[in-house]
Design a binder for this molecule. Sequence first.
Ligand code: GAR
Length: 218
Amino acid sequence: MRIAVLISGSGSNLQALLDEQGAGRLPGSVVEVLSNRADARGLQRAADAGVATTVFDHRAYDTREAFDAAVANHLQRLGIDLVVLAGFMRILTPTLIAPFAGRILNIHPSLLPDFRGLHTHERALDAGVQEHGCTVHFVTPELDAGPPICQGVVPVHTDDTPEALARRVQAQEHRIYPLAVRWYTSGRLTLADDGPWLDGRRLDAPVRVHAEDDVDAW
Ligand code: GAR
């Protein structure tokens, strides 16, 4: 399976996927890293791993659809099977989603459906929740509302800051994203009309992963 990873920034989730691939645990390979920002640090991570990179600067396009069409054409030309959004800070339109329906994953820094959108760690602290985390989900046109696949769950501490909480959540992102991509690329995970299926059974709720779980064997 040919994987494209779309980024806008640091690329630590991209790195986790590259590490998974480097360890021989990913049945598939990251063949393209695409960014909408030329200064995204993740581009260097991709280059260091010998992966091709492309920059599509969204400011060069008049509309969201024009940008999405350029990206979709590029990914189709490359014969991409799976699109992995890893901190790609763009709202996607159907122009990009439709050609890859059921083949786009995203990671979001909250336990969806709680805290869609931005500033999730601050909002979780303001809301006084006891559990927070991250969610890998299939992408549909409604923002952060596609069918969830798995969640990394972390406790919220009484003296937490948004930064400390973000660090704890990101450590789980780096575990559950490679896991979900491994499930998908090995054919264990698909999206059907009635939701995600994993290992031949429909996921009524996302798989919940805690810090103490050993996910390598999952
Ligand atoms: C991650 O924490 C991811 O959950 C978040 O951006 C960060 C990217 O970090 N994504 C979103 O907020 C999407 N709405 P990274 O560039 O180091 O992987």
